[in-house]
Design a protein around this ligand. Sequence first.
Ligand code: OOG
Ligand code: MG
Length: 258
Amino acid sequence: MNIKEIAKHVYNAEDSHYPIDRITAESNDITIDQAYDIQEEVIRLKENKGQRITAYKMGLTSRGKMEQMGVNDPIHGKVYDYMEKYDGETLTFDGYLHPKVEAELVFILKDDIKGEDITIDEVMERTESVIPALEIIDSRYKNFKFTLPDVIADNTSAKGVVYGKEKFIPEGHELENISVSIHTNGEEKITGMSSAVLGHPAESVATLAKMLYERNGSGLKKGDVIFTGGMTEAIHLNKGDEVVTKFEGMGEVKFSIS
Ligand code: OOG
Ligand code: MG
């Protein structure tokens, strides 16, 4: 197995929008650690192209997501500048293979977080603000089917994000008690609760800190932005869809894809 070759293969699939077979179909001995090595090599390729990391993302943090994908462990990846859109924008379907949308809470830190045993309270104390947001995932693998090493190597299916207009200070919001609903073309597709994300979305930030620490002794920094993971299973998108997601007490996040 050649990490650089696999990374280039996955990178090209994203860059030129074509679906590929799972990398584990050929190299079924890829470990989780090697999968993150591949992800980091993909990051280097993107950086060489001038693409800039703007946020972390956690994935597979809720039961709904784990069951939908048949994968049971949280994973992390990166969001880039070219992926970022804002409430009310129109996205172009042509750049996507088989997109799905997820409702997530985004945390912005006002202090560093490092270590293996971070508590929810510690995350909350170090959180400057929270933004309701959407993630648009688009696996590079055929039929959106993968195992854990595949999806880690593929930067956890990252492809797009849509930030809500408003930031909220954490005080006064029970962040584990935000209900959401995703609507496409006026029809409610799914509802869920923020507690579905590891009991509390702050736990997702703590888990990310732990995973970074265990991988290479690193941690999160003041100013870091973290997508905490979809609260429900993801909803398939079709060309022409108008999407409205309601976050109780935090307003709506909308986009269309044409
Ligand atoms: C992997 C990415 C999952 C989330 O929020 O759970 C993810 C996938 O389902 O393709 O971003
Ligand atoms: Mg996500």
